[in-house]
Design a protein around this ligand. Structure first.
Ligand code: 5GP
Length: 193
């Protein structure tokens, strides 16, 4: 998606440790018109699929998932919560996710009330790096017996391999910008097309 690539080039900053900061329009200040265009792009890609729910993970995925839902017939958006501790009363699906940015594992939960075997799910997240966050969301869908129809990502860092592994596993991953390389010293970013 050209507009997203242009914004990343203009306003993104490359940090040490393979971290791309896009706080100006995606992760802190939110450009809702851009979110809307992203939602339209995912709706185009996943046209023809039955989507009953969008699943994302707090916090950065929530805004873009909610705007995207407007392009999928206003399906409900469920966000997996990062839990401090696991409450084992059985009313929630639980998995563990290793956080790329925090460099530690934490439990992630979704209430059984909001996801079940009848659901056809579109997963949405802001970034795809090694794929751990998405693997956690897929694990939750597996626990629920829900069908993963596809994965919509704003920015995939292609050089970290998580997206290609998911594609090799048969998932339909639609990343709106795929970063091929980024240099923290020069700030140069190249994209895969
Ligand atoms: P993964 O689990 O695929 O390794 O990493 C994806 C998750 O880590 C996303 O949910 C995102 O919040 C965070 N993340 C990974 N890489 C970056 C990055 O370069 N910049 C930002 N802002 N977040 C990232």
């Amino acid at each position: 998606m050209q507009e997203l690539e242009d914004r990343i080039r203009r306003e993104g900053t490359v940090k040490e440790g393979n971290v791309l900061k896009v706080d100006a329009f995606l992760n802190h200040q939110c450009d809702v018109a851009l979110y809307d265009a992203m939602g339209a792009a995912w709706a185009g890609h996943f046209a023809g699929r039955t989507i009953t729910k969008i699943l994302t993970i707090e916090a950065s995925g929530i805004g873009m998932a909610c705007v995207a839902a407007r392009h999928f017939g206003n399906v409900p958006v469920v966000f997996a919560k990062k839990a401090q501790s696991i409450n084992l009363d059985g009313d929630q699906y639980v998995t563990t996710v290793y956080s790329f940015t925090k460099q530690r594992e934490f439990p992630v939960i979704v209430s059984r009330r909001y996801l079940g075997p009848e659901d056809h799910v579109l997963l949405i997240d802001d970034f795809l790096a090694n794929g751990k966050a998405l693997r956690g969301l897929i694990d939750i869908c597996d626990h629920a017996g829900a069908t993963v129809e596809g994965i919509g990502i704003a920015v995939e860092k292609g050089f970290q391999g998580g997206g290609d592994q998911l594609r090799a596993d048969g998932y339909d991953v639609d990343s709106l910008a795929i970063v091929d390389s980024m240099d923290p010293k020069t700030g140069e970013i190249t994209f895969r097309h």
